[in-house]
Write a protein that binds this ligand. Structure first.
Ligand code: SF4
Ligand code: SF4
Ligand code: FES
Length: 322
């Protein structure tokens, strides 16, 4: 079949903004976007620049944005893109400087991965509680728990898709936080507390908005957002509760427990109660909302059968339901 692909071209040496260049080519029906770009490079323009290696969704090097969505070019069929969007436009991954065409400088991504110390820290002279022969093995239950996050191939698609990475250079991003959870949940590691404390700061797990974009972008089903939620749970369970994020969860659960639903009028009051100055800061906005009839009523009667809500929460375990 005959197709057209638009590739974003950029040459840092010519001082011009990126532009799209269209290529028309004859391809087999089930060709991938990566193979189509390789064909363009082989047959039409050898200067088209991109990364690739395995062509089998293993190495993670061919991630790019295809019709605006970040993913692996070797795992994306041309025909699927045409069916869905009627065109194929490819761009480099977002939130990283472009070196040339589709190749980005991966330094910002690797710096984040490195900053979470993605290795097991062992205390000198300690032995694990289970028998050690040659390697220090984990019990199978831990291996199962870490199965998702262990599948990461460092392709950066999630980082490119992340809305917070777009606006906050300090945010660690989904892959680094998933890797951090990989280490926090590893029973052989002796720095769990230090890791959680560090990740409790600005740029860590509380800055994620849970938009799910990283989950959708990930070609390996790592589910980074779930790892971030697990980090939050570990943090609260370990006593790291003095953050806006953890107060939000605690008060959210308390209000739902009392009233059987979220009372958005009470939420800011509960959250800021211990910080009167912060409460004063939101008063002008609250007055404006009140004037426009948009302020939710702070007093809601509990819903009927609220006891059943409490029973569900008790069964699930308070603190584990968000
Ligand atoms: S869920 Fe969180 S980490 Fe994932 S893309 Fe959204 S903001 Fe980023
Ligand atoms: S979490 Fe998924 S999308 Fe992100 S780097 Fe790892 S494999 Fe790629
Ligand atoms: S070329 Fe290796 S993942 Fe696509």
């Amino acid at each position: 079949m005959r197709i057209e692909i638009q590739i974003q071209r950029f040459d840092p040496d010519n001082g011009q903004e990126p532009t799209y260049e269209s290529f028309r080519l004859e391809v087999p029906r089930h060709i991938t976007v990566l193979d189509a770009i390789i064909q363009i490079k082989d047959e039409q323009d050898g200067s088209v620049t991109f990364r690739r290696s395995c062509r089998s969704a293993i190495c993670g090097s061919c991630a790019m944005r295809i019709n605006g969505r970040s993913g692996l070019a070797c795992d994306t069929l041309v025909v699927d893109e045409l069916d869905r969007f009627g065109e194929i436009k490819v761009q480099p991954l977002a939130h990283m400087p472009v070196l040339r065409d589709l190749a980005v400088d991966m330094t910002p991504f690797w710096n984040r991965i490195e900053s979470v110390k993605p290795w097991v820290e062992r205390e000198e002279g300690t032995e694990p509680e289970w028998p050690v022969e040659k390697e220090t093995l984990m019990p199978q239950s831990f291996v199962d728990e870490l199965d998702d996050v262990s599948r990461c191939i460092m392709c950066m698609a999630c980082f490119s898709a992340c809305e917070i990475a777009e606006v906050d250079d300090d945010f660690l991003g989904p892959a680094a936080l998933a890797k951090a959870y990989r280490m926090v949940a590893d029973p052989r590691d002796c720095e769990t507390g230090e890791r959680l404390s560090k990740l409790n700061e600005h740029g860590g797990y509380w800055d994620c908005t849970r938009c799910n974009q990283c989950v959708e972008a990930c070609p390996k089903d790592v589910k980074p957002m779930e790892a971030i939620v697990s980090l939050r749970r570990e943090a609260i369970n370990s006593g790291l509760t003095d953050t806006v994020g953890s107060r939000h969860i605690t008060e959210f659960l308390n209000i739902v427990r009392q009233e059987g639903r979220l009372n958005e009028g009470r939420m800011p009051l509960k959250m800021k109660m211990s910080q009167p100055m912060e409460l004063l800061k939101i008063m002008p906005m609250a007055m404006k909302m009140l004037a426009k009839g948009k302020l939710p009523m702070p007093i809601h009667p509990p819903i009927p059968r609220v006891r059943e809500v409490r029973r569900i929460m008790d069964a699930k375990g308070k603190g584990e339901s968000k």
